[in-house]
Design a protein around this ligand. Structure first.
Ligand SMILES: [Zn+2]
Length: 248
C-alpha cells in the first residue's frame, strides 16, 4: 500500500505550506511533488528505522555498552496486545513500514534494521548498523507494557550522556510534541536511561519511541488501527521536519 497522496498533502499543508497556498494548496503540492523534488522537506536526510524486537527473542548476552562488562539479552521478547493478542514486534513493523513509505515520499533515504519478522539482529548490531550508515536520526519503534492496565500514553527514551545525547534530546522533544498532538495520546515524557543497549551503542541522534501501551485495552486497539498508525507516522514526519529545520 502506498501512502495516500492526500495524507501527504495534509502533512505538508499543516507544517509547511498552508499559509502561502490557500485553497489551491493541494494542486500546488501535487506539482511540488512531481516537479520540485529537491524541495522535499526531508531531501538528503538519512533516517534509520528500527522496528523493535523480532519473531523469536534471543537470550544470548551481549555487552550493554562499549567497553562494559555488563551484559544483556541480544533481543528481548517484547509485549503483547491485551485486546488484539498481537505480539509487539508485529505492530512495530507495521508502523515502521508505513513510516518508511512516508519518509521516502518526503525525500528521505531510509534504512531499516529489519523488514520481516523472522530475523536475528541484536540491539547492539542494530545500533552499529546505523552508526556505520551515518544516519542523521534513528527511530527505534516500540510499544510499551505495564502490569497496570490503566497506564497509557507515549514516551521517549534517550541515552543519558555521551555522543549525540543533546541532539537525541532535541529530537525526542520534537517527537513527543508532534506525535501526541497528532494522535491525542497522553505525552508521558522524555526519559534518560543508561540501561538500553541499543541507545548506549548509538553514536548518532537516536530515540526509542514507546508509541503506547499494548497492555491498555483501548490503546492496544488504537495502536493496531491503520488510521491511528497513519497519525503516528504523520506525527513522526512532522517531528523530523521540525528537528532538521531548526538546528540548535
Ligand atoms: Zn519493545
Amino acid at each position: 500500500m502506498r501512502i495516500r497522496k492526500n495524507l501527504l498533502c495534509v502533512l505538508l499543508c499543516a507544517c509547511l505550506l498552508l499559509p502561502a497556498l490557500g485553497e489551491r494548496g493541494e494542486v500546488i503540492i501535487e506539482q511540488n511533488l512531481q516537479e520540485m523534488d529537491s524541495d522535499l522537506p526531508l531531501k538528503g536526510k538519512k533516517i534509520g528505522i528500527d522496528p523493535g524486537h523480532q519473531l523469536h527473542a534471543d537470550s544470548t548476552k551481549e555487552p550493554i555498552a562499549p567497553g562494559s562488562s555488563e551484559t544483556k539479552a541480544r533481543v528481548a521478547g517484547g509485549t503483547r496486545g491485551v485486546s488484539t493478542g498481537k505480539p509487539e514486534h508485529v505492530t512495530n513493523l507495521e508502523v515502521a513500514l508505513l513510516l518508511k513509505e512516508l519518509l521516502e515520499e518526503l525525500g528521505a533515504e531510509v534504512l531499516m534494521t529489519r523488514e520481516t519478522a523472522d530475523v536475528n539482529v541484536s540491539n547492539m548490531e542494530r545500533a552499529l548498523m546505523m552508526n556505520e550508515w551515518g544516519a542523521d536520526a534513528v527511530l527505534r519503534l516500540h510499544c510499551n507494557g505495564n502490569n497496570v492496565q490503566s497506564v497509557h500514553g507515549m514516551g521517549m527514551y534517550i541515552r543519558k550522556t555521551g555522543q549525540a545525547a543533546e541532539e537525541s534530546e532535541r529530537l525526542a522533544r520534537c517527537l513527543l510534541n508532534c506525535m501526541s498532538r497528532r494522535t491525542g495520546a497522553k505525552a508521558q515524557g522524555i526519559y534518560k536511561r543508561d540501561t538500553y543497549t541499543g541507545l548506549n551503542w548509538s553514536t548518532v541522534p537516536c530515540v526509542l519511541v514507546e508509541m503506547g501501551y499494548m497492555t491498555n485495552p483501548d490503546e492496544d486497539k488504537k495502536l493496531n488501527d491503520p488510521l491511528y498508525q497513519e497519525q503516528i507516522v504523520l506525527g513522526i514526519a512532522e517531528a523530523l521536519i521540525d528537528y532538521f529545520e531548526t538546528p540548535e
